[in-house]
Design a protein around this ligand. Structure first.
Ligand code: SF4
Length: 336
């Protein structure tokens, strides 16, 4: 396998608030390989958007990246760069397609002016005519007519605005594209078309993508590998096929069971209990108050990541032979 284009090592993002410290992303280890599509899933507040924003160093106070390393291309630790160096990395090497395109475009600027600003800011020094030609090519690549360049955001539909955001994101041919719920506000048909456009462009550029979201159906169609987040931690990583056919972590198992299906004639399950409060996290495993497979030690022992098979990581005591040998036998017995 090739070297990762992006690697997160023990990345921690904490929010210091009056009531204490909220660990929004806590010890994230992740590898993203060139050209791959990686999905980050989890319920609201699980830390997936925080992780994406940390990669771009766009965490706002009272949040702070407390530690870890974010390595781009094997040699650049983004957390050691100056603000100016980091500004040059954004868009040029790592681009973001934001959640809610309506809010990310400037309502009082024509589309072409926003695209010119983005490219000029990142060092494109060509004539205006050449820039206009590039804008038209970019709009064409996302399925928009050239006249869109002269319109204001309010004259576009939600899907068109999202396409403009994709055009801006790919304008500097980035190596990594972060897409944060890029189609959440759109209807299913538009959603599918936009994801198809993103896929085509990503393949053409050879860029790697991290897709952040909670729609498991969309993930299944778009990504190669999945990371499941809960309470600011990555609780399971595997290929899409592994996660969907053989989820290991109890939370992932419940996530998969909660997907409605017409052809699976089994009970539709919901995830029991209340979503986790990061203000007052429980001791031990963060999922233990909701976990149907919780054991007595789960309320006191903090799980560590176990590689159950190559490339397959699970944060759960069920798979930790040293700390829970009898449960490992049970898991193996159930699987055989
Ligand atoms: S460590 Fe225990 S509580 Fe946590 S997910 Fe595993 S079995 Fe459930």
């Amino acid at each position: 396998m090739s070297s990762p284009v992006l690697e997160l090592q023990d990345v921690r993002v904490y929010f210091n608030i009056r009531r204490g410290v909220v660990k929004a992303a806590d010890g994230i280890d992740l590898q993203l390989f060139p050209g791959e599509r990686f999905g980050l899933v989890g319920e609201s507040g699980s830390g997936k958007t925080t992780t994406a924003l940390a990669i771009l160093r766009m965490i706002k106070p009272p949040g702070k990246i407390e530690g870890g390393r974010i390595i781009l291309d094997g040699d650049t630790d983004l957390l050691t760069l100056s603000d100016e160096e980091m500004r040059q990395i954004r868009l040029r090497r790592i681009a973001m397609i934001p959640q809610g395109a309506m809010n990310s475009l400037n309502p009082v600027m024509r589309i072409k002016d926003q695209m010119i600003l983005a490219m000029r800011t990142h060092g494109i020094h060509v004539t205006n005519a050449q820039l206009m030609q590039r804008i038209e090519e970019l709009l064409d690549s996302v399925g928009l007519q050239p006249n869109v360049a002269h319109l204001y955001p309010h004259e576009l539909s939600g899907g068109m605005k999202q396409r403009v955001c994709i055009a801006i994101a790919i304008s500097m041919h980035p190596q990594v594209i972060l897409a944060d719920e890029p189609t959440s506000a759109l209807d299913v048909v538009v959603q599918r078309r936009i994801m198809q456009t993103l896929r085509t462009l990503q393949e053409r550029l050879g860029a790697a993508v991290i897709l952040v979201g909670h729609d498991m159906g969309l993930m299944a169609q778009f990504v190669d590998r999945l990371g499941v987040m809960y309470g600011g931690k990555l609780v399971e990583v595997g290929t899409v096929e592994e996660i969907f056919t053989d989820p290991k972590h109890p939370y992932t198992q419940l996530l998969i069971s909660s997907i409605p299906s017409l052809d699976r004639k089994r009970n539709f399950q919901t995830i029991p209990g209340m979503p986790l409060s990061l203000h007052e996290p429980p001791p031990g495993c963060l999922f233990h108050p909701r976990c149907p497979q919780a054991m007595p030690q789960c309320s006191t022992v903090v799980p560590r990541t176990i590689e159950v098979t190559p490339g397959r990581d699970v944060l759960c005591l069920l798979y930790d032979e040293e700390r829970t040998p009898q449960m490992k036998e049970k898991v193996d017995g159930a699987a055989s």
